[in-house]
Write a protein that binds this ligand. Structure first.
Ligand code: NAX
Length: 325
């Protein structure tokens, strides 16, 4: 086995962290032949629960797990990290406005960015899952001046997977036949799930579903899927979120399979009418550990308007958190 790869997870005793740690330790991120050290980070009140997670990891006797570091010190958690999953975030409490949530999390992610800058590997890949994910990624990256902003991204892969599943169900095909799906913009209710470029079993999705569904129910179902899971399960999506986080990072590291593309929120470059200076979800292809926004797509006015709306929300979020960048 090669030298141990350092994988850091914040919020590791939480719902998503509890799924993520075991799947990564079992080899589902980097393959079974790669030795892994898990660096699990929590806040002090959750350290006892985190010790329990560490005990269970030990009890799995995973071949590829070299060591588990469980800590509430970011410096120790991020030391030498090659892959970083920023999952822990402050949840919205009773009576809390969205702007309060943004400010509270901006504080957390600005400090995490600064500590990553000092202690993580300078080429570490950082995935932000904790909400508001796009703006948290912007804040973390802004506070890590020695790291390339391209090494930060925020997760819209769960929305992407949800959109593929909805289209597959609607057309009666297996989800593996769906390609070229896109989530544009913010991981929020303004996100734009777009099937206008998608294919199902090689056929244009627009030729298989009614336009009213594609522009109406399909979009709202994907946007509100998280709320539907909460209603059914009594708690938010966790296994599907951890799955999406692993797929996001694995494709980023190893490449997008089969010439398809995936959705990732990455630094906005103004393409397709998106704003610059925010983290915006685009269709991307990954190769050799890097990503590129898919170019040259022909978007209609409906899509352009949706991209404008979600872009404006991201600019508002950036303005609300501007003093921590
Ligand atoms: P949980 O509340 O189960 O777990 C969060 C954990 O983070 C807790 O154990 C908490 O102690 C820890 N934590 C809080 N602040 C921390 C800090 N500063 N440093 C380290 N750890 C800290 O939430 P969970 O269901 O696991 O969700 C985690 C985050 O993912 C939330 O912000 C949630 O909104 C977000 N999500 C993002 C998704 C996406 O697609 N981008 C989808 C799933 C999920 O809703």
């Amino acid at each position: 086995m090669s030298a141990s790869t350092q994988v850091a997870i914040t919020g590791a005793a939480g719902q998503i962290g509890y799924q993520l740690a075991f799947r990564i330790a079992s080899g589902q991120l980097l393959g079974h032949g790669q030795s892994i050290t898990l660096r699990l980070v929590e806040i002090a009140p959750a350290m006892q629960a985190l010790e329990g997670v560490a005990m269970e990891l030990e009890d799995c006797a995973f071949d590829s797990l070299e060591e588990v570091v469980a800590t509430d010190r970011l410096e120790e958690g991020f030391r030498g990290a090659d892959y970083v999953f920023l999952v822990g975030a402050k949840p919205r409490g009773p009576g809390m406005e969205r702007s309060d949530l943004l400010t509270e999390n901006a504080r957390i992610f600005s400090r995490q960015g600064a500590v990553l800058n000092e202690h993580a590997d300078e080429h570490a890949k950082v995935l932000v899952v904790g909400n508001p994910a796009n703006t948290n990624a912007l804040i973390a990256s802004s506070n890590a001046p020695d790291m390339d902003p391209r090494n930060f991204s925020a997760m819209t892969r769960l929305d992407h997977n949800r959109a593929c599943a909805q289209l597959a169900a609607r057309t009666g095909h297996h989800v593996s036949t769906v390609r070229r799906m896109t989530i544009w913009g913010n991981h929020s209710a303004t996100q734009y799930p777009d099937l206008s470029q998608a294919t199902v079993d090689g056929k244009a999705a627009t030729s298989l579903v009614e336009s009213n569904w594609a522009r109406g129910e399909f979009i709202t179902t994907v946007q509100q899927r998280g709320a539907s899971v909460i209603k059914a399960r009594g708690t938010s999506s966790a296994a599907s979120a951890a799955n999406a986080a692993i797929e996001h990072m694995r494709d980023w590291a190893h490449g997008t399979p089969g010439g398809d593309w995936v959705s990732m929120a990455v630094p906005g470059d103004g393409s397709y009418g998106s704003p610059e200076g925010v983290f915006f979800s685009y269709p991307v292809r990954c190769e050799d550990g890097d990503w590129e926004i898919v170019r040259g797509l022909d978007l209609d006015e409906f899509s352009q308007e949706k991209i404008r709306i979600t872009g404006e929300e991201l600019l508002d979020e950036r303005a609300a958190a501007s003093d921590l960048m």
